[in-house]
Design a protein. Structure first.
Length: 153
């Protein structure tokens, strides 16, 4: 019968597991084996779960920022309590924005200001009525187009 003691050590890492087996006789350990198992970053179950967790945290943080901004605007008197509780009347406001950016449509005043009880400002009303893009009623300085270097053969 031997007085040998066998130790198994594991090192759990982010994308790997390290292991070692050592046998000790008294004070001197003898390494019997060691190695590392490395996982591909996108092949382990943890990376998929981590992606979902990151997405949930991002959505929660975005909602919290919107809520805090709403509370701040209420405290400053910019929003009324009635307006702060409303949702956008169009079910997909991002589609409206995409259609406008592609030049497929011009938004009406209620679509631009769905929660306002009054009418939009005169400059905005003029721009909408004329069909011009927003900001066209004021003079804007356009930046010159940058010239590209000639292509190499």
């Amino acid at each position: 019968m031997s007085n040998a003691k066998i130790d198994v050590s594991l090192d759990l890492g982010y994308a790997s597991i390290g292991w070692a087996v050592a046998e000790t006789h008294g004070r001197e350990p003898i390494v019997k084996g060691c190695g590392t198992v490395v996982f591909e970053p996108d092949k382990c179950l943890a990376s998929e779960r981590r992606g979902y967790r990151r997405q949930r945290r991002h959505i929660r943080a975005t909602r919290t920022r919107i809520l805090r901004m709403k509370e701040y605007l209420l405290a400053q008197g910019v929003l009324t309590p009635a307006v702060a509780g409303l949702r956008h009347p169009h079910p997909e406001p991002w589609r409206l924005a995409a259609q406008v950016l592609r030049g497929e449509r011009v938004l009406t005043a209620p679509e631009l200001w769905p929660f306002s009880s009054g009418t939009p400002t005169t400059a905005a009303t003029t721009a909408i009525a004329s069909g011009a893009p927003m900001g066209a009623t004021r003079k804007t300085r356009r930046m010159p187009k940058r010239s590209r270097p000639p292509k190499r053969p």
